[in-house]
Design a protein around this ligand. Structure first.
Ligand SMILES: CC(C)(COP(=O)(O)OP(=O)(O)OC[C@H]1O[C@@H](n2cnc3c(N)ncnc32)[C@H](O)[C@@H]1OP(=O)(O)O)[C@@H](O)C(=O)NCCC(=O)NCCS
Length: 162
């Protein structure tokens, strides 16, 4: 069972790069950006926009989320990234990561969380995952990523913890 943590450690940028690559879902450019978000935190610390939830087992990083308050908004947050290692998918780790991320966002005063994804058939499981977790499609931008590849923005309102 992985241990969950929010602090960022020296090896995390390389581990995120390897994990995101291993999913087979992301382009080289996207893999590089995923790593850069960790590097941004390591460079700027809490002044960085980015926050993380890491799921770590003895074998290494099993999954993670990257999220943060959207600059120039009071309490809207973006889920910049979520990924679970292929051999660890389908057993509830993604759900746990989202739940912990939502709790952290609420703790930071967030009232809604947005998640962008692609309309390509490849992302059908990802879209099913977001729906299952209570995210509703809020907007769609035609041909955003590439001609024929729309951006779908999912959102979820977060009720303040009692
Ligand atoms: C999307 C992703 C993070 C989901 O993580 P996961 O650990 O496989 O998901 P879980 O096992 O926690 O599933 C959570 C819920 O979503 C549902 N779900 C997951 N995949 C599904 C699918 N293909 N179809 C229908 N429902 C699905 C599960 O049934 C589960 O519901 P339950 O908790 O009520 O039983 C993971 O598959 C992944 O890393 N995918 C590749 C990267 C990616 O797409 N990232 C998002 C970029 S936009």
């Amino acid at each position: 069972m992985p241990v969950f943590r929010g602090d960022v450690r020296a090896g995390d940028a390389a581990a995120v790069r390897e994990l995101v690559h291993a999913t087979g879902f992301f382009s080289e450019e996207e893999v590089a950006v995923a790593q850069e978000l960790v590097d941004a935190f390591i460079s700027y610390g809490p002044d960085s926009t980015y926050r993380f939830v890491f799921a770590e087992a003895r074998e290494g990083l099993r999954g993670y989320t990257c999220y943060g308050r959207i600059p120039l908004t009071r309490s809207s947050f973006d889920l910049y990234w979520i990924a679970v290692r292929p051999e660890c998918q389908g057993v509830g780790l993604g759900r746990r990561l989202i739940e912990l991320t939502e709790a952290a966002v609420r703790g930071d005063g967030g009232t809604q969380l947005f998640a962008d994804t692609s309309s390509r058939p490849r992302y059908l499981p990802t879209r099913a995952f977001y729906r299952r977790l209570g995210y509703e499609p809020a907007a769609e931008f035609a041909d955003f990523y590439a001609p024929g590849d729309n951006k779908i923005v999912y959102s979820k309102r977060l009720v303040a913890a009692a």
